[in-house]
Design a protein around this ligand. Structure first.
Ligand code: SF4
Length: 165
């Protein structure tokens, strides 16, 4: 089978004329759009290890994935990308919402609301590139701690820094 060289720009603008027609084509396309640092990843081909699944009733075991990350030369760009990924181990950090620590998230929220304006949960989550439910939990904590004012305006809830002058 002949594998055509693919230009992602052509595919994006003219899908009907130049659509991937085989798995080889699709893999070529994925290689073309992959960040360069992927080539040095210590976890290449280790998808099962990097996206562990917890057995029923047991804690998720990420030790094998973290061991790979510990000797990986591209931890920094990987960790950056992982901040927006929901699943898997990235840059040696655990899955999903725990990636940004609670303290870091609280500090980032304070930065967003430092202007004294009201901000919705989704606005704040967008600034943090975080998941709504995770950001919401942090917001509730900051309200309880007396750091933020909260106001429900259907359909959204808004927050601002308390006593901002
Ligand atoms: S830091 Fe870990 S997850 Fe990221 S590329 Fe390296 S081995 Fe893979």
């Amino acid at each position: 089978m002949t594998v055509r060289p693919l230009d992602p720009a052509v595919i994006a603008t003219d899908r009907g004329a130049d659509r991937p027609t085989s798995f080889e084509d699709i893999f070529d396309l994925l290689d073309a759009i992959r960040p360069a640092w992927h080539a040095q990843a210590a976890c290449r081909g280790q998808t099962d290890v990097m996206f562990p699944v917890a057995e029923h009733g047991r804690r998720l075991d990420t030790s094998a994935a973290r061991a790979l990350c510990a000797r990986c030369p591209v931890r920094n760009p990987c960790a950056d990308q992982g901040r927006t990924e929901r699943y898997g181990v990235w840059g040696g950090t655990g899955s999903g919402s725990g990636r940004m620590s609670q303290r870091e998230r609280s500090a980032a929220i304070r930065d967003v609301v430092a202007d004294g304006e009201w901000h919705s949960t989704s606005d704040i989550a967008q600034h943090l590139k975080g998941h709504l439910s995770t950001v919401h939990r942090s917001l509730v904590g900051l309200v309880s701690a007396g750091v933020l004012d909260v106001e429900k305006r259907h359909p959204a809830t808004y927050y601002r820094l308390k006593d901002h002058t």
